[in-house]
Design a protein around this ligand. Structure first.
Ligand SMILES: Cc1cc2nc3c(=O)[nH]c(=O)nc-3n(C[C@H](O)[C@H](O)[C@H](O)COP(=O)(O)OP(=O)(O)OC[C@H]3O[C@@H](n4cnc5c(N)ncnc54)[C@H](O)[C@@H]3O)c2cc1C
Length: 181
């Protein structure tokens, strides 16, 4: 295990990993200040946790990496955090609009309950998308990083176009519209 604070060793470690890449890419690392190098472990949430975990509780919810940390293999961590943002905004907007449409004064408990319902709706619509992305990302990484003659042959001959297709497919997600009324 590398010492996170030993920047020189981190640099050497990464250079050995990218030794076969073109020189212009390697030079980025070679010319980077040692102090700028950081190393952190990859984090992901086992997808089954989301089957029973609370995405929203009372008037609090989680979004982005706090909800669905995933391995970086399909490049969807940040994209899905933005999806969360759009959908959360819509669910909260609809919850707030419900009050304006009634036009009556309501007590604090009722507005609390509306926000709670809005967050529950958000949680419901993000659960399976999060499970899907975490699982796909992990599976793609597992296949890509697997070693061995047969696995390499199978992946390079048969799986590479499927993995590329999967990446593109998972990035296509329609968050729906945000109403501005
Ligand atoms: C090297 C790398 C490459 C990546 N490439 C891609 C990519 O190509 N495509 C993609 O979609 N995603 C990518 N990601 C993933 C993406 O960056 C994250 O999924 C995304 O930033 C998560 O957004 P977030 O708002 O949930 O969390 P963050 O961006 O981590 O934001 C959390 C914020 O909370 C702050 N914070 C933490 N604790 C506290 C506290 N106690 N009080 C106040 N503030 C606090 C942090 O400082 C931070 O600013 C990449 C990530 C990395 C590390």
């Amino acid at each position: 295990m590398l010492d996170k604070k030993n920047h020189q060793k981190i640099k050497q470690f990464v250079l050995t990993k990218i030794k076969d890449l073109p020189d212009n890419i390697k030079s980025i690392l070679e010319t980077t200040d040692l102090d700028s190098l950081v190393m952190n472990p990859l984090m992901y949430r086992p997808p089954w946790e989301l089957l029973w975990a609370n995405i929203a509780k009372d008037n609090v919810c989680v979004a982005g990496d706090a909800l669905h940390p995933m391995t970086p293999d399909i490049g969807q961590g940040g994209c899905s955090a933005m999806e969360d943002g759009v959908i959360l905004a819509r669910c909260l907007g609809e919850a707030m609009k419900a009050k304006n449409m009634k036009g009556e004064t309501e007590d604090e408990n009722e507005s609390y309950r509306r926000i709670e319902d809005g967050l529950k709706k958000y949680a419901g619509s993000r659960k399976w998308r999060s499970i899907d992305l975490i699982t796909t990302s992990y599976t793609v990484g597992f296949i890509q990083q697997s070693r061995g003659k047969w696995m390499t042959l199978f992946r390079d001959k048969f799986m590479s176009s499927f993995l590329s297709w999967l990446r593109v497919k998972k990035s296509h997600f329609n968050c729906g519209r945000l109403s501005h009324e």
